[in-house]
Design a protein around this ligand. Structure first.
Ligand SMILES: NC(=O)c1ccc[n+]([C@@H]2O[C@H](COP(=O)([O-])OP(=O)(O)OC[C@H]3O[C@@H](n4cnc5c(N)ncnc54)[C@H](OP(=O)(O)O)[C@@H]3O)[C@@H](O)[C@H]2O)c1
Length: 357
């Protein structure tokens, strides 16, 4: 399969490097000609989980310099860039070629709507990677790429793309891609986004009553939208539906144990969105909590806390607010004032925050 990776950042660089090291020819599309020249001079280096390697790069150029005929294009930019560059990519695909976006959130679903599900295969990454210098990447976990038809079900092309990419990185195929998107989205919306706004990890913010309540409210809203949309979120670290859930989280020992498991899986990672704030980069909020709000509106499911988080993230990006735990209290007070009939928050219980160490 003639393969192009668009975006030589943390994930794209890692995937391209591991494929090249396995003898799989890969071309790299960079944002500009300068970056392409740098990568051709430096080659790609990988360290961390899965072993170190160094490979030369011969084919690197901006997207517009490629002539086309690719069987597979792995789109590995951030969400906003993906939506911007994607409409140019079908022109680079050969007959029967496939575009594989691997962003978090709703990007693959949106691109399948925009470009046609026959051109777009769904991708998600549970691989963790960081770019430590141009051309140098660190693999941070033993994760995998997940690939599946956006409309669901099995397909020969998903298997074929999975086998091809599996030569370099672990790649798994799912018949329930939409469910997999939601499983990750639930954690991204309630963990990554709240963590970024609070300025800390999931474990840190859920140790405070406001943080614990925010987690429950955001998760409940997102899960209600997912289920109403017909998605069947897949089990990742935990069952995506908390024990005793009845449209809202119900405080119980079983729910505390569920959250403790969530914390074990995701509690200590620095939220990538917090890194975006620190680097002054655009966030992916519109494709995470923003997707929950937009779909909730279509389905008639209220999502006030997710909507407030989206606004807050945009305000932080614009420099009008700074991340901090105080922002969670502000969002919660506003949502209680708008809906005083809700009574006591469903997820708050006296005593120490479950799972906190
Ligand atoms: N990194 C992880 O561990 C991880 C894990 C799971 C999911 N993800 C998801 O994977 C996606 C990529 O994340 P990442 O961490 O790899 O991001 P990243 O390090 O920022 O890499 C994105 C790369 O794409 C480049 N780019 C942007 N627009 C481009 C264009 N038009 N043509 C060619 N290249 C372009 C960027 O260049 P500039 O630097 O010039 O902007 C950057 O090198 C995100 O959606 C993220 O949420 C990442």
């Amino acid at each position: 399969m003639k393969t192009l990776v668009v975006g030589a950042g943390a994930l794209g660089g890692l995937i391209a490097a591991r494929l090249l090291a396995a003898g799989v020819p890969v071309s790299l599309a960079t944002r500009d000609a300068r970056t392409a020249a740098l990568l051709k001079a430096s080659g790609l280096r990988v360290s961390g989980v899965g072993g170190a390697l160094a490979v030369p790069v011969t084919e690197a150029a901006p997207v517009e310099d490629f002539l086309g005929g690719f069987d597979l294009i792995v789109l590995a930019t951030k969400a906003g860039d993906a939506m911007e560059v994607a409409p140019r990519l079908p022109g680079l695909l050969g007959p029967g070629g496939t575009l594989l976006p691997i962003q978090n959130g709703s990007v693959a679903l949106a691109l399948a709507d925009l470009l046609g599900a026959d051109r777009v295969l769904g991708g998600l990454s549970n691989l963790g990677a960081a770019m430590t210098a141009p051309g140098a990447f660190e693999q941070r976990n033993a994760g995998h790429l997940l690939i599946g038809e956006v409309a669901g079900g099995e397909s020969e092309r998903a298997e074929r793309v999975g086998r091809w990419l599996g030569q370099g990185v672990e790649a798994r195929v799912t018949a329930n891609f939409r469910g997999a998107v939601w499983s990750k989205l639930l954690i991204n919306c309630a963990g990554t986004t709240i963590g970024a706004v609070a300025g800390g990890t999931l474990r840190q913010f859920t140790a405070a009553a406001d943080g614990r309540e925010m987690f429950g409210r955001v998760y409940d809203e997102a899960l209600a939208v997912a289920l109403a949309s017909g998605a069947r979120p897949e089990r990742m670290v935990v069952d995506p539906v908390p024990p005793g859930w009845n449209g809202r989280s119900v405080p119980s020992d079983a729910q505390d144990a569920w959250l403790a498991q969530v914390l074990q899986g995701y509690g200590d990672a620095k939220p990538s969105m917090l890194q975006d704030f620190e680097r002054g980069r655009a966030t992916e909020i519109d494709y995470l909590n923003g997707h929950v709000v937009a779909l909730g509106r279509q389905l008639g499911i209220p999502t006030p806390v997710n909507a407030a988080l989206v606004e807050t993230v945009h305000a932080i990006t614009r420099g009008r607010l700074a991340p901090g735990m105080g922002l969670l209290g502000t969002i919660l007070s506003a949502s209680r004032a708008e809906d005083p009939g809700k009574g006591a928050p469903p997820t708050s219980r006296p005593g120490p925050a479950p799972g906190s160490r």
